[in-house]
Ligand binder design. Structure first.
Ligand code: ZN
Length: 153
């Protein structure tokens, strides 16, 4: 399994060095800022939603490699998904990182590249880094017209 975790680490380092969808999103309908005081990660998530479909997600901010790579992969994975599917994916991702039970095998394919974060499970402090962008996205969905500021506890 060593080769596999090397591959995952490479994916995280790549998304940290070259984050996808990084920058402002002029067409955004939903925005929120998230802050993880444990690590100092600060991320702003922008979303353009039409009907119940997420057309595009972008993010800005600074943070550790895990928080940035997680935000980058999230923006890739959610573009074109319905709000329901996005919620489901977040639940599966959260279960992967911090669930009391392993993710059911039939749910794993939905995670795709997000499986790269499975190793974070062993480091509870870093779980907040990996889920910051997702919690910020939830805040944006709840407050579409204002900029919400969330801090993960
Ligand atoms: Zn962090």
């Amino acid at each position: 399994m060593d080769g596999l975790s090397d591959l995952y680490q490479e994916l995280i380092l790549d998304h940290n060095a070259r984050p996808r969808n990084f920058g402002p999103l002029p067409a955004a309908t939903h925005n929120a800022e998230g802050y993880n005081p444990v690590c100092g990660d600060q991320i702003t998530v922008h979303m353009a939603i039409e009907g119940d479909v997420i057309q595009k997600v972008a993010f800005e901010g600074k943070g550790c490699a895990i928080s940035k790579a997680s935000a980058s992969l999230m923006t890739d994975q959610l573009a074109g998904k319905s709000l329901d599917d996005a919620q489901k994916l977040f639940q599966i991702f959260h279960a992967l990182l911090a669930g009391s039970e392993a993710v059911p095998q039939e749910d794993e394919p939905q995670l795709g590249k997000l499986l790269a974060f499975s190793g974070v499970r062993a480091f509870p402090m870093r779980v907040k880094c990996a889920t910051l962008a997702w919690h910020t996205l939830q805040a944006a969905l709840k407050n579409p017209s204002t900029t919400a500021h969330i801090t993960t506890e």
